[in-house]
Design a protein around this ligand. Structure first.
Ligand code: FAD
Length: 398
């Protein structure tokens, strides 16, 4: 590891790895540090990603794809099922990855492109000069060193501290943290080509429960509920245990993960002097699904390209890095986050009765192309009781 780089990337998840790969491919000197001893482990993810989304960044490879999906099912509280075939569901179906290997592949590609990589190396403080970020203090195996950089890319995930140390408020309201629990289960009866999302205030209050197949008779079975709904006997894991014991009583759990997902709006500003924030650290997760792999890679790439332009102009000020912030917000990804946050806010207030009504109508729709606004229009026609609320939602989506 050198004492100085053009770019220092904090965090070795998909956001950090794509940032490091892109920076190296564009001729910048870059070092990516990861505090954990191994890239990709432990996995805290249901591992779903859309096919097209993935292909934007990496060629699909069977070595890290556990399942290729053909459809998705949304199950109402009363059990009514709405099925989306892959051509309708768009980004909602795709692959279930094996992130232990996927994350490693991305980091391997970054290293091959010329990035330095250090695991078991934690950024413990920013180096600040006149308020601007100029690198970080790194700790590894009891040793501390200072590494300078023109730009730091904070890709340190949902529990991100780096930007907070730089003076940025990254607080997420408790109600907008989905507390999650997931079992990797085997020996269970599932459709290996279909993801299942179960809704309802009894099943997963202000969240959903998922079954994401990872091959024959194996799946990630998990749940996310609003942090404000969590309490003794009502933690995410309690809901999951109740579901699993009734649905998969003979299944075997071979991995258990817990984690948080932010479903809030993104940070109001994702740049500062010498700093760009990407992925979960920037809260660019899809608030409706909790999906953030694609968004992390998208912002990681954009941050690295912005770094290249800023370094070429010898100006790494906040103003020079602002195009990063503006560009992701105006991208289809940024617009989808804004729209899906509104939809999420609407859905979490619905009673089971209203959720049933919506899924009943949607299940009987013959939609060639699934689009949010098409769906709302159709639902308004069929649900006179919901027409006022749906019209308000439609208006807020513009
Ligand atoms: C239960 C659960 C299920 C999910 N399911 C899906 C899904 O199906 N599809 C989907 O798209 N998304 C899903 N997500 C979200 C997805 O996992 C994240 O959005 C994605 O991993 C974000 O990538 P990232 O690179 O921003 O952060 P991360 O992948 O979290 O990577 C951040 C890395 O930074 C490291 N780090 C943190 N602090 C430091 C430091 N100070 N120094 C060095 N390293 C540091 C961490 O160890 C970590 O490896 C799920 C999340 C959870 C919790």
């Amino acid at each position: 590891m050198r004492a100085r780089y053009d770019v220092l990337v904090v965090g070795g998840g998909p956001g950090g790895a794509i940032a490091a790969r892109t920076a190296a491919e564009n001729g910048l000197s870059v070092c990516m540090v990861e505090k954990r001893p191994a890239i990709g482990a432990p996995v805290r993810c249901a591992e779903g990603i859309g096919k097209e989304a993935l292909a934007e960044f990496v060629k699909p490879d069977p070595r890290w794809i556990s399942a290729e999906l053909k459809g998705a099912e949304i199950v109402a509280p009363d059990g009514t099922t709405m099925r989306l075939a892959s051509e309708q569901a768009g980004s909602k179906v795709g692959y279930i990855l094996d992130r232990k290997f996927f994350d490693r592949e991305l980091v391997w590609q970054a290293a091959e492109a010329g990035a330095d990589v250090a695991v078991k190396t934690r950024a413990s403080a920013p180096l600040l000069l006149g308020g601007a970020v100029r690198g970080a203090v790194l700790e590894s195996c009891g040793e501390r060193r200072r590494v300078e950089a023109d730009i730091v890319i904070a890709a340190d995930g949902v529990e991100s501290k780096f930007s907070r140390w730089c003076g940025i408020d990254t607080t997420v309201p408790v109600r907008e943290i989905m507390t999650s629990a997931q079992y990797l289960m085997t020996d269970i009866d599932i459709d290996p080509y279909t993801t299942v999302f179960l809704l309802g205030n009894e099943v997963a209050p202000e969240g959903y429960l998922w079954i994401f197949p990872k091959g024959d008779r194996t799946a990630n079975v998990g749940i996310g509920i609003s942090g404000k709904k969590s309490g003794p006997g009502h933690r995410a894991r309690d809901y999951l245990d109740r579901f699993v014991s009734s649905r998969f009583p003979n299944g075997k759990t071979i991995e258990h993960v817990v984690g948080g997902v932010s479903v809030c709006q993104p940070l109001p500003c994702t740049v500062a002097d010498g700093l760009m924030i990407v992925g979960d650290a920037a809260r660019v997760v899809d608030p409706l699904t909790g999906g953030g792999i694609y968004n992390a890679m998208f912002t990681g790439r954009l941050a690295a390209l912005t770094a290249k332009a800023a370094i070429a102009r010898n100006d790494c000020s906040k103003a020079a890095l602002m195009p990063y912030d503006a560009e992701w917000r105006h991208s289809p990804m940024g617009k989808a986050i804004a729209r899906n946050w509104q939809i999420k806010e609407y859905l979490i207030k619905l009673s089971d009765e209203k959720l049933n009504a919506i899924v009943h109508s949607a299940a009987s729709l013959n939609m060639k192309e699934f689009s949010t606004l098409n769906l709302i229009r159709e639902l308004m026609k069929r649900n006179p009781k919901l027409v006022v609320e749906l019209a308000a939602l439609k208006a807020s989506l513009g």
